[in-house]
Structures are given as C-alpha cells and as structure tokens.
Design a protein around this ligand. Structure first.
Ligand code: 13P
Ligand code: ZN
Length: 266
C-alpha cells in the first residue's frame, strides 16, 4: 500500500515539475508567479496516516469534502523554474485534517520550511467543487499568461460573452477543445476566500477561469492536459493581438464556420 502511494507521489511530482518548466519557458512565470496543486484521491484510501498529534495549520473555512485528502502543492514564493529543477524541494505534500478546517504538512525527505502557495484557499475551493462534480479533474493550475492578462486590461472585453467570442473566433482548435470558452472573474484581492468562491462559480461550466488583470486558473485530469488548455487560449489571444498590432480588426471565425467545427471529432 505504502509503496503504491510513494509511486503515485513520484509520478505526480514529476508531472508537475515538467509542466512548471514549460510555464517558465513560456514566460508565464516571472519570479514566484503561478502555483499548481494535485489532489491525490487514491492517496486518501492508501494513506495510513492518522490524524497528526501536532495542531493543524488553520484553513480560512471548513472544506468538509476534502477531509482526509492528500494534495501536492507548490510552495509559496517558489520559482517555477526551481520547481522544474528541484521538485522535491519546492512541492509540498499536505493532508487536510479529518475536520476539514486545517492541514498538516507531511514530511518528505528534502522538506525545508516551505509553506503552501498563498493561493491555497482558491485551490481548495476548486478541489472541493471538482471532487463533487468533476472527480476526474485532479489538477488545479494558476499561471500569469501575458496575452490573456492583457486582454482583461481592455474594459470592453471584460465581459464573458465578448471575451469568448474573441478567443474562440481566433483559431478553430480553441473552439474544438474549449467549446465552452473561459469563465471570467472580475478583479478581486488574490489569496482570499472571496476570489476562491468567485473562481469556483466561473469554473462550474468551464475548464479555465480568467482572473481580470492577473492570470488564469485551469483544471484538468493531468498537469499536461491542463497546460494544453491554457496554451490554446494563449495562442488565440496572441493572434488577436498580432492582428491588432498590424492595424487590423481580426475578422474571427464566422457563426457558420464555428457551427461546422461542432461536428468535428478528435
Ligand atoms: P505563490 O508564490 O504564493 O504561489 O503566489 C504566486 C501567485 O501567482 C499569486 O497569485
Ligand atoms: Zn498569481
């Protein structure tokens, strides 16, 4: 049992590290920007970890659905390029306590005084929703995609319908793989339960939420697929800006072109 859990941890830690490197290479992870978490549902059954005797670190609200869950989370103030190079020193394993209102940091060999991301509240709000409604999605990823953030600096596009018409119209694959588009989250203070709850609302019908003037939060079954969703959206936003900087208003795919794509199967 224990060996199975260790292999699962190794596998997921490696997958997070690879994607962290891609986020850095794409220029979406300046300084400590971005954070990633993976819910280990299997680990919940495999873990023989009893409730620790030491007091739990408090969570800002009770996450009943996540009680007993194990999660891998990147540390606060860690660089994605360091997560890629030294994953075991920059990713923590935490266990939500049996009451759901606190967590313990589980010791791993290389563990230092690392603490979970400052966006833990949002990650847990999203995981709680996923565990109940989309259990195959165990990954939550936050990153600062320059082109997508730039779109939300344009007041006219801070409207879910207009934003999605723009993004889905820029490339057929965006509309094929992300037919529901993104959920829009108006600006709110990061690190709070308020923005966590607003993000959950935006993600109930979308795999990606766009935080106004800040970045994206995406969910997926594995780190790689989650990255792909963000990458597709970044491509669409880049095409829009390229056309605009060449002095054109991009035409976008027409309604009938978009309709045609709904019949495609991959
Ligand atoms: P952390 O370093 O605490 O993960 O914060 C990065 C970030 O992007 C905050 O929104
Ligand atoms: Zn951020």
């Amino acid at each position: 049992m224990r060996q199975e859990l260790l292999s699962l941890l190794e596998e997921k830690t490696g997958a997070v590290a690879s994607v962290a490197g891609w986020l850095w290479q794409r220029g979406w992870a300046e300084r400590n920007a971005g954070n990633i978490s993976v819910r280990l549902d299997k680990g919940k059954q495999l873990s023989s970890h009893d409730q620790s005797k030491t007091p739990a670190l408090a969570l800002p609200k009770r996450f009943s659905t996540l009680a007993g869950s194990l999660l891998l989370v990147t540390g606060t103030n860690t660089r994605m390029r360091d997560v890629a190079d030294l994953p075991r020193e920059n990713i923590l394993l935490i266990r939500i306590n049996d009451e759901g209102d606190g967590y313990h940091i589980l010791p791993r060999a290389e563990m230092t005084r690392l603490r979970p991301t400052s966006e833990l509240a949002t990650h847990l709000c999203i995981h709680e929703m996923l565990a109940a409604k989309r259990p195959d999605h165990s990954v939550v990823m936050h990153t600062h995609v320059t082109e997508l953030i730039a779109l939300t600096q344009i007041k006219d596009l801070c409207d879910e319908e207009k934003l999605n018409r723009t993004l889905l119209g820029m490339h057929p694959e965006t509309s094929v793989f992300i037919p529901a588009g993104v959920g829009f989250v108006p600006y709110s203070l990061p690190g709070t339960i308020a923005i966590g709850e607003a993000t959950v609302k935006a993600l109930e019908n979308h795999a990606v939420a766009l935080w106004e003037k800040h970045g994206v939060f995406a969910t997926g079954p594995e780190p790689e697929e989650t990255f792909d969703m963000i990458d597709l959206l970044a491509k669409s936003a880049s095409i829009w800006f390229l056309c605009r900087s060449a002095g054109y208003d991009p035409e976008g795919l027409s309604v009938s072109q978009l309709d045609g794509l709904t019949k495609l199967k991959f």
